[in-house]
Design a protein around this ligand. Structure first.
Ligand SMILES: [Zn+2]
Length: 460
């Protein structure tokens, strides 16, 4: 269906438009998408059977549709692929490529099918994100995502972002090497490329970018050309972002900024215009956000924290409606006092629902515990392990073991005391602390990202 609007979708005017005008643009897209999925999408054909998809005439009617959980998608990813009818334009029917989600609890990453038009939609999205961040065609991006057996969405999207803005990009291609396919680079080789190309943007998983900066400092290298760090793939707290800023300063890039973005493979990226004003939806004509009560799935008013739901309005490959990525957030539709954009914003620090667990009966946000030591002086790598005090014995209570690797040359004893104190403050439990080698905790040659927090307590 052609998109009719007086707004210029190639630019940013949509982000400052009257919300009523944006809704006039979205309503027919919502109606078309729901009808298309009800007929030609295996999962929604089943879920919406018996209802009348014609009753969904716009954004206001989306509440009538059920919530789709991440587990629904992971259980049968193929059922989420639209079988596009022949009447659609060729770019909406043609498979362009596949990407995979990471970090699923079941272990198997799930594929997302990207048609040509989905790719073009992402190019529009990436261009808007880039303009919000100030990423330019003159930038040189170090793509530091690992080369993984399942092509990682984040790595491919970094490439598509460079393509969207006309920037240069090169590949670190680190990751788990194999004798049969000797194509991976070592950490130091990736760092050498950052130097050789005078990269202006370091883009990767937060824990790996951190390791690059630690290693560059150990080698006494200077990276003054770096002006941006884009980090993703794991939760990044304010402490984690501050730690990256300090490490950038240590390699001669004190001017470099760390982009504060919120995103997921399924949900794309939301961008902060300034600290304290939340994350903007850069493409309201492509992505719709809503927040519902996590239990009843009833819509919540602006400002109340609930389950974030994402609907893609023009997806033609893998397609979701009211998809819960698993994060709790609050939304607002009020004009941003900082930048004047009118599109919806996430205004609370997202909390992963899977991170909310009970430790000795108290609800603890594991995201906070996993980020607990990232900025502690003297700590190079670390992980926090939750287990029963007597492993296997549910009734022995919960215990915490912290393993850390001190930075080169640091005396481990005072660092261990500081580690113990920090965890006690956050979890109200005194942890056992053990010194380990950095690669024993996180080996960038073996793992795509560090596992900062491991819960060994049996579930159920
Ligand atoms: Zn703003």
């Amino acid at each position: 269906m052609p998109v009719h609007s007086t707004l210029d979708l190639s630019g940013d005017s949509l982000l400052y438009a009257d919300p009523a005008e944006v809704q006039r643009l979205r309503d027919p897209l919502v109606a078309e998408q729901v009808q298309l999925l009800a007929r030609h999408h295996p999962y929604y054909r089943q879920v919406l059977a018996g209802g009348d998809p014609g009753q969904v005439r716009g954004v206001a009617d989306l509440d009538r549709l059920p919530v789709t959980g991440k587990q629904d998608f992971l259980a049968d990813p193929e059922a989420f692929r639209l079988a596009p009818p022949d009447r659609l334009p060729v770019e909406e029917r043609t498979l362009a490529y596949l990407i995979y989600t990471t970090g699923t609890t079941s272990g198997a990453p799930a594929p997302l099918y990207i048609t040509t038009s989905d790719d073009w939609a992402y190019l529009l999205h990436a261009r808007r994100c880039a303009r919000m961040l100030g990423l330019e065609s003159t930038d040189v991006i170090a793509n530091l995502f690992p080369l993984t057996p399942f092509p990682m969405g984040a790595r491919i999207r970094a490439d598509r972002t460079a393509a969207a803005v006309g920037a240069s990009i090169f590949q670190g291609h680190t990751g788990r090497g194999s004798a049969a396919w000797p194509v991976h680079r070592r950490l130091d080789e990736a760092i050498d490329l950052v130097l050789a190309h005078r990269a202006t943007v370091l883009w990767g998983v937060a824990g790996f970018v951190r390791r690059v900066l630690i290693r560059a400092a150990e080698r006494q290298l200077r990276l003054p050309s770096v002006r941006w760090c884009f980090v993703t793939g794991e939760a990044t707290s304010d402490a984690g972002l501050d730690d990256l800023r300090a490490r950038l300063s240590a390699v001669g890039a004190p001017q470099a900024r760390v982009a504060n973005r919120y995103g997921s493979t399924e949900g794309w990226s939301m961008i902060a215009c300034a600290d304290g004003h939340g994350w903007h939806n850069p493409t309201p004509e492509l992505v719709h956000l809503a927040v519902v009560d996590p239990v009843t799935h009833q819509p919540l008013p602006d400002g109340e924290t609930g389950l974030l739901l994402i609907s893609h309005l023009r997806a033609r490959g893998t397609a979701f409606l009211r998809y819960a990525v698993g994060d709790l957030v609050a939304l607002t539709r009020q004009t941003c006092p900082s930048c004047g954009r009118t599109a919806e914003r996430i205004v609370s620090q997202p909390v992963r629902t899977k991170d909310l667990v009970k430790v000795n009966g108290t609800l603890v946000n594991l995201g906070v515990l996993g980020d607990a030591l990232v900025d502690l002086p003297g700590v190079a790598e670390y992980r926090v392990i939750l287990d029963h005090r007597k492993p296997g014995d549910t009734f022995s209570g919960d215990g915490i073991l912290v393993e850390f690797a001190p930075v080169a040359g640091a005396d481990p004893d005072p660092v261990a005391s500081a580690v113990r104190e920090r965890i006690r403050e956050l979890a109200h439990l005194t942890p056992q602390v053990r010194v380990a080698a950095a690669d024993e905790i996180y080996d960038p040659a073996a793992d795509a990202k560090p596992r900062r927090l491991i819960d060994r307590r049996p579930t159920g």
